[in-house]
Design a protein around this ligand. Structure first.
Ligand SMILES: Nc1ncnc2c1ncn2[C@@H]1O[C@H](COP(=O)(O)OP(=O)(O)OP(=O)(O)O)[C@@H](O)[C@H]1O
Length: 663
C-alpha cells in the first residue's frame, strides 16, 4: 500500500566509479534551479491548488498587458465551449427521450428525433468554431507573453550593478529565471486547457445533477483514481529527475567535451577521447537503468489507477442499473448519463493533469518574478548630477572594496589622482587588485568606503550613464562580438553610425590594416565561427581590432574622459607590442587620462606615473627612474623581467621525470 500511497522518496543514486574518478564524488551543480527541489517534491494537489491563483494571476497579468482583447477572446471562447458541451448533452437527452420514450409509429419517432439531432449538430459546429477562435487567439498570446517576459528578463539582467553579476546568489537567480519566459508561454496553453476542462466539468456536473443527484459523486469516484495516478507518476518523475539531475548533467558535460573545439587538441593528442568516452558510457548506462525503473513504475501505477477507476465505473453502472430497474431513472436518462459520465471523467482527468502542469511551470514563473524584483532593487540608479565637460582629474580617496563572497578587501584604502593628459601605469602581482581598481575607476563598482571623484563630484552623486560615456575600456578579456569586423570596431560607440571610411582612421591607428586586408570582404567580413562563411582571427589580430574599437570610441568624444587599458598586448608579437604601447601613449591627450595595467614592464617605463599595488594596497608611487633608484618592489619586478633577456641568464636543464614511466 505504502508503495502506491506513501510519500514518494528515492534513495540517493550511487556515485559511479566514473564520477568518483573524474569529479572526486557526486557532482553538485551550482545552478539555481536545483532550488526547486523542495518546491517540486511538495507537488501535492493541495499545495498546487493553494499557490496556483497567485502564480496563474502573474502570467495572466502579462497576457492582459500584452493583448487584453486576445485574452478576453480566449476566455469567452472557452466558456462558450463549456456551455456548448452542456447544451449538446441536453440535446442528446432529448434525442434519447424521443427514441426510447416517444409514442407513435417508428417513422413518427424518427421525425421527433430531428430537432434534437439538428440542435446537437448546430452546437457541434459552434463548438468547433469557438475552439478554432480560442486556438488562434492563444496562438497570438503565447509568443507575445514569452517575448515580453524574455525582454523583461534581458533588460533587467543588463541593468543591474556589476556587483550583482559577481554575487553568486544573484547569478543563480539569473540562471533559473531564464526558464521563466518559456514557462509563462506554456502556462497560457495550460491555463486555457485547465479553464476548458473546468468549465466542461462544471457543466457536465450540472447536467448530471439534473439527471440524478447520485451521479455526481459517482463521476468523482471514476475520475479520482486516474487523477491520483497522473499526480503520482508526475511526483515519481520529479523525484527521480531531481535525484539524477547532477548525474545526467555530468555525463552530458563529458559528452560535450568530446565535441568541444577548445578541448579538441588534447582529446586527440593526449588520447583523452577514448578515456572520456568510456566514462560517458558508464554514466549513461546507470541513467538508462533509472529510466527503465521509472517506466515500469509508471506502468504499474497506471494499471492500479485504471483498475480503481474500473471498479468505480462498475459501481456507477450498477447504481444506474438499480435506478432504472427500481423506476427511479428512465432508460433515456440513463443513456445520457452514460455519455455525461464518460465525458465528465475525461474532463476531470485532464483537469488534474493541467493543474499539475500549471504548478510545475509556475515554479519557474515565480523565479522569473523574484528575479525581476531583485534586479529592480539592484539596478544601476537612474539620474544624478551631470558630468561636466571638463573635469581636470579623476581621483580615488581612501577607496576600499571587498567582493561579496570574500573576507579580504581586494582594494584597501587606495588614494591616487589621474590628471587629464597623463599616462598612468598600475603594476602588481596576480591578484593584487589591478582589475578591481579599473572597475571602480570605470564606475562599474562603487566603493564600500572612501570616494571616487570625477572632477569635484563623488561618482555616487553623478549620473552613471554619463560616467560610462566618458570611459573607454580595453581589457584583456575584451568582447569578441560575433558580428562583422567593421561592427566590432563601431560597437565601441554603437549609437553613432559609421561608414567603412569613417572607421579607417581607427583601423590604421591600431595597425589592423593588414588584418582587414586579409579578410575576404574587408570590414564587412563576419567574425563568428558559428556561422557559415565566417572567419576566425588569431588572438593578436583580435587585440588589434580591440584597440581600433577603443580608438573609435575615444575619437568620437571631445569631453574629458578616461581610457583604461588592461593587458592590451598579451597576444601581440614583440614588434606589434612595442608599436601598441607607443600608440597607447599617443592616446594621452589634453582631455584624456590613460591608465595602463600590464605585466610587461617594458611598456610601463614611459608612463608619467607608476603605481605599485600589493595585496590591495598602493605601496609605491613615482616615475620609472625614481622607482628603480628606490630599489623597492617595482625595481625587483623590473629586474626579474630584464634578467630573462640577459645573455648570461641560466636556462634550466631537463630533469628526470618525477613520475617514472611504467615499465
Ligand atoms: N568577481 C570576483 N569575485 C570575487 N573575488 C574576486 C572577483 N574578482 C577578483 N576577485 C578577487 O579580488 C582580488 C583582486 O583581483 P583582481 O582581479 O583585481 O587582481 P589583478 O591584480 O587584476 O590580478 P591579475 O594580474 O591576475 O589579473 C583577488 O584575490 C581575486 O581573487
Amino acid at each position: 500500500m505504502k508503495r502506491f500511497f506513501g510519500r514518494v522518496t528515492m534513495a540517493e543514486p550511487k556515485v559511479s566509479e566514473a564520477e568518483q574518478d573524474l569529479f572526486g564524488g557526486r557532482l553538485l551543480y551550482d545552478m539555481g534551479w536545483s532550488n526547486h527541489e523542495h518546491a517540486r517534491l511538495d507537488l501535492t494537489m493541495s499545495s498546487a491548488l493553494r499557490t496556483m491563483p497567485k502564480l496563474v494571476g502573474a502570467t495572466l497579468r502579462i497576457a492582459w498587458t500584452a493583448d487584453r482583447r486576445a485574452l478576453v477572446a480566449v476566455a469567452i471562447s472557452e466558456i462558450g465551449q463549456g456551455i456548448a458541451g452542456a447544451v449538446s448533452l441536453l440535446a442528446i437527452n432529448a434525442v434519447m427521450h424521443a427514441l426510447l420514450r416517444g409514442a407513435g409509429t417508428a417513422t413518427q419517432r424518427v421525425h421527433a428525433l430531428v430537432p434534437g439531432l439538428l440542435a446537437a449538430a448546430g452546437v457541434a459546429v459552434v463548438n468547433s468554431a469557438l475552439a478554432g477562435w480560442s486556438t488562434s487567439r492563444a496562438g497570438r498570446l503565447e509568443p507575445l507573453v514569452e517575448r515580453i517576459a524574455t525582454t523583461q528578463y534581458l533588460a533587467a539582467a543588463a541593468s543591474v550593478e556589476l556587483e550583482a553579476i559577481d554575487d553568486p546568489d544573484f547569478r543563480r537567480l539569473i540562471d533559473v529565471a531564464q526558464y521563466g519566459p518559456g514557462s509563462a508561454r506554456r502556462m497560457i496553453s495550460a491555463c486555457v486547457a485547465a479553464l476548458n476542462g473546468l468549465i466542461k466539468l462544471i457543466t457536465t456536473a450540472g447536467v448530471l445533477t439534473v439527471l440524478h443527484p447520485v451521479l455526481l459523486p459517482m463521476l468523482i469516484l471514476i475520475a479520482a483514481p486516474r487523477g491520483w495516478g497522473a499526480m503520482r507518476v508526475a511526483q515519481e518523475r520529479y523525484v527521480s529527475m531531481m535525484s539524477w539531475i547532477e548525474h545526467v548533467r555530468a555525463s552530458r558535460l563529458i559528452g560535450n567535451l568530446l565535441t568541444d573545439r577548445t578541448a579538441a587538441q588534447e582529446v586527440r593528442v593526449h588520447a583523452a577521447g577514448p578515456f572520456l568516452l568510456g566514462r560517458y558510457e558508464a554514466m549513461a548506462e546507470s541513467a538508462e537503468a533509472e529510466q527503465e525503473r521509472l517506466a515500469s513504475s509508471k506502468a504499474l501505477t497506471e494499471c492500479v489507477a485504471a483498475a480503481l477507476s474500473g471498479v468505480a465505473m462498475a459501481v456507477t453502472y450498477g447504481t444506474m442499473f438499480w435506478l432504472i430497474t427500481s423506476g427511479h431513472m428512465s432508460l433515456a436518462m440513463a443513456g445520457t448519463a452514460v455519455i455525461a459520465v464518460r465525458s465528465g471523467s475525461a474532463s476531470l482527468g485532464g483537469l488534474v493533469m493541467n493543474v499539475n502542469q500549471l504548478h510545475e511551470e509556475s515554479l519557474y514563473v515565480r523565479d522569473h518574478g523574484r528575479f525581476l524584483a531583485q534586479a529592480a532593487h539592484r539596478a544601476i540608479p537612474q539620474g544624478g548630477a551631470a558630468v561636466p565637460e571638463r573635469i581636470k582629474e579623476v581621483s580615488f580617496d581612501q577607496v576600499t572594496y571587498r567582493y561579496p563572497d570574500r573576507d579580504d578587501a581586494a582594494l584597501d584604502h587606495v588614494t591616487f589622482t589621474l590628471p587629464m593628459g597623463s599616462v598612468t601605469a598600475v603594476v602588481g602581482e596576480n591578484g593584487s587588485g589591478k582589475s578591481t581598481l579599473m572597475k571602480l575607476l570605470a564606475g562599474l563598482l562603487l566603493p564600500q568606503q572612501g570616494t571616487v571623484h570625477w572632477g569635484g563630484t563623488a561618482v555616487t552623486d553623478l549620473d552613471r550613464t554619463q560616467v560610462f560615456e566618458r570611459v573607454s575600456l580595453l581589457t584583456q578579456d575584451f568582447q569578441r562580438w560575433p558580428v562583422t569586423a567593421g561592427m566590432n570596431i563601431r560597437i565601441g560607440r554603437p549609437a553613432r553610425s559609421a561608414s567603412s571610411r569613417d572607421l579607417e582612421l581607427s583601423v590604421d591607428y591600431a595597425g589592423a590594416r593588414p588584418v582587414i586586408a586579409k579578410l575576404p570582404a574587408g570590414l564587412n567580413s563576419l567574425l563568428a565561427r558559428m556561422f557559415r562563411g565566417a572567419i576566425e582571427l588569431s588572438g593578436g589580430e583580435w587585440q588589434k581590432l580591440g584597440l581600433a574599437r577603443t580608438h573609435w570610441r575615444h575619437s568620437t568624444s571631445g569631453a574629458d574622459g578616461v581610457l583604461i587599458v588592461d593587458e592590451p598586448t598579451s597576444a601581440l608579437d614583440p614588434q606589434a607590442e612595442i608599436e601598441a604601447f607607443q600608440r597607447i601613449r599617443r592616446l594621452a591627450a589634453p582631455h584624456r587620462a590613460v591608465v595602463l595595467v600590464t605585466h610587461r614592464m617594458s611598456g610601463v617605463r614611459h608612463a608619467d606615473h607608476i603605481y605599485v599595488l600589493h595585496q590591495g594596497r598602493l605601496t609605491e608611487h613615482d616615475t620609472h627612474d625614481e622607482l628603480i633608484a628606490a630599489g623597492g618592489r617595482y625595481a625587483a619586478m623590473f629586474d626579474a623581467q630584464a634578467a630573462q633577456y640577459a645573455p648570461t641568464g641560466g636556462i634550466p636543464h631537463p630533469t628526470t621525470p618525477a613520475v617514472a614511466d611504467p615499465a
